[in-house]
Design a binder for this molecule. Sequence first.
Ligand code: ABU
Length: 549
Amino acid sequence: MNPMEALDTNNEILPGAKGKADLLWRTSRNDNENREHHGKPGTCFTHCDFSSIYSKDLLPDPAGEEPTNRFLQALVQILLTHVNSTFDRTSKVLDFHHPHQLKEGLEGFSLELPDRPENLEQLLVDCRDTLKYGVKTGHPRFFNQLSSGLDIIGMAGEWLTSAANTNIFTFEISPVFILMEEVLLKKLREKVGWPPVEGDGVFCPGGSMSNLYSILLARYSYFPEVKMHGMAVIPRLALFTSEHSHYSIRKAAGVLGIGIENVFLVKCDERGKMITSELKSGIIRAKAKGLVPFYINATAGTTVYGAFDPLNEIAEICERHGLWMHVDAAWGGGLLMSRKHAGKLQGIERASSVTWNPHKMMGVPLQCSVILMRQKGLLQDCNQLCAEYLFQPDKHYDVAYDTGDKSIQCGRHVDVFKLWLMWKAKGSEGFGSQVNQCLENADYLFNKLENRADFELVFKNKPEHSNVCFWYIPHSLRKMSRGLEWNKKLHEVAPKIKTKMMEEGMVMVGYQPLGEKPNFFRCVFSNPATTREDVDFLVDEITRLGQDL
Ligand code: ABU
């Protein structure tokens, strides 16, 4: 795209644009008239000539304040346009292009990096194009991932975090954020049901990392010598997780040198819950082979089915065998915010550690994930190396607040502020209602599909979380007798529909096979902007796109 041209959110050239000197924006796709804008919603924002202004002209240049203000206001206008179109149901969820098309450069949008600086006008166009060719994960019709939605307060929190641009390892450079982290970790532990004054935790980049921490901590608690001397000085370990659990448990076992083959996948029932009798016999078998079981992961909200493992039964097994109980509540943890649904995690309070991703069900902008520990001090003992250039013991404040040595990272992004700000904005109750609404949408979809001949539900009992898994059965398959051939054909249906869906871009939902089951759709709700009409739209779209298959 030529940076001299001004585009609206559909990348159409606006009639009022005056070439290189002017960039004009409309705030939303519905704002059809090209009006002058002075910061009021729905009107054009500004005439700005950025064509001879470069990044060197911005702050810290002595005369940089005014161009910096104008540049950032122009950028904010682009972001507001994106925000408005995200919530505009007539706008697309995505404008799909293949990797090679994006690499070749679309309408002048080039990913290649120049040797000579580009002016701010070009940078603004690049910003806008980056959003244009991305996916609007906050769109009410984006059902593709566990993390979705665009929380305005959360986004504001992320902007502030970026402006503060600090590292959350020491109190001396992150005094406020470190204390916020303490407040939030305590609050989340309270929700888990642990005594709030004890316990520990750390924000880390995603659920996989949180799960890795849990295995690291469990191993250290039984075999502290491993920190200094490695795996050679400890027995061959075994850990257990369900066949429906997240792959990060196996990955972590590989990363930590425990070995993927020493992760035992426990069978699940039809609903995707761990069968505890299988767990018991698995532990006995592993012991008989000379392995040392030490850790069980129970999942609260599996990735595909949204199933909850029987936490109390698993806790009993852990207590009987002296094993570490971890609960991966990356997805299900959000339900603890809802009085109506928190009971589905009964038994979580018996765990030694918990993974929880506020960036999933609580709608906090990515990333926001925690590992919570029941025992205080273990994180510090396990990970600390006392780097003297950061963690000087003779600082003039209480160095217990230099929490960075608990982490396996050195530099750590501040993920807490957006969650803290959202909590202030909604209260615990606001998060609870959000969760309730998402689960009501899941119920609505489940009930709707239950009564349709052209859809089939993958599991027949009501969703416990907001996952609804289903097949679309095209006309050609409805009368065909079931068997291998039928399964093979059904396996191709979801990918074909998804291809058309992404090319048209009006809605987005994921699919996957699971075990012997051919590809099926998994619809998940975590966006409070989604309504029943959006659910109806999804079902109608799948029907329309799949009717000729
Ligand atoms: N555990 C990562 C999230 C996967 C998903 O969104 O489907």
